[in-house]
Design a protein around this ligand. Structure first.
Ligand code: 13P
Length: 250
């Protein structure tokens, strides 16, 4: 089964609109004509209009880093799927470990967000992954199973066709420690198994599972060579246009 890889940037809380424009000015020529993989960049909310404008007509899609499941209302600080679509987003990250760790995101809110993103026609990138203590206590499989089971709850295979999952072991995020390609592969296979249970084998075979956690130009090739790894979700190394382009073109 060959799956087109998705190479996605998560800028986290970095860059202003001007800095986003500057990034695209340098990045787009470096990846012009690259159609082997899909490319997406997820900047902070305030940069989305500038990013969409800068990337217009290119091979780079733009996504949000989070969303709320209601369409509108008294929800101070939140952004809906309709708002993301209105500014030209096609992708959205859901359940990033930093949202889980610092902002009270739970498996259940991930499920609500995933349902809303799919209903809106966005491509959701749902993040799962174990923390260091869980890995050391041999709980990785249990954690990934639970996160997938709850994230995918009550969603039909028919509705989930755009789903993308990112496996991001929390101990590898921003630490310079990368999961070995083999270790990532094992986690991806487990996630694919959970997707098969929830959505059926056909969708699971097509499901793209990205790896995230200290992906750099130096390690991208080895990770992307794994059959089970269908792209990358890149934090720190996506902030520099040359480094993200080198990862995209691994
Ligand atoms: P780093 O690439 O900085 O480790 O971040 C990974 C990540 O969290 C992407 O969502």
């Amino acid at each position: 089964m060959s799956r087109k890889k998705l190479m996605a940037a998560n800028w986290k809380m970095f860059k202003t609109p001007d800095q986003a424009r500057e990034f695209f000015r340098d990045f787009l020529p470096l990846v012009a004509g690259h159609d082997r993989d899909e490319i997406a960049v997820c900047p902070p909310f305030v940069c989305l209009p500038a990013a969409v404008e800068a990337a217009k007509g290119s091979n780079v899609a733009i996504g949000g880093q989070d969303m709320f499941w209601e369409q509108e209302g008294a929800f101070t600080g939140e952004v809906s799927t309709g708002m993301l679509l209105a500014v030209g987003c096609t992708h959205v990250i859901i359940g990033h470990s930093e949202r889980r760790q610092y902002f009270g995101e739970s498996d259940d809110t991930v499920n609500l967000k995933l349902k809303a993103a799919l209903a809106a026609g966005l491509t959701p990138i749902v993040c799962v992954g174990e923390v260091l203590e869980e890995r050391e206590a041999n709980l990785t499989e249990d954690v990934l199973r639970r996160q997938c089971l709850r994230a995918f709850h009550a969603i039909s295979g028919k509705k989930a066709t755009k789903l993308v999952v990112a496996y991001e072991p929390v101990w590898a995020i921003g630490t310079g420690k990368t999961a070995t390609p083999q270790l990532a592969s094992e986690a991806h296979a487990l996630i694919r198994g959970e997707a098969a249970k929830a959505f059926g084998q056909e969708l699971a075979d097509k499901l793209r599972i990205l790896y995230g956690g200290s992906v750099k130009p130096e390690n991208a090739k080895a990770l992307m060579a794994e059959e089970e790894i269908d792209g990358a979700l890149v934090g720190g190394a996506s902030l520099d246009p040359r480094s993200f382009a080198a990862i995209v073109k691994y």
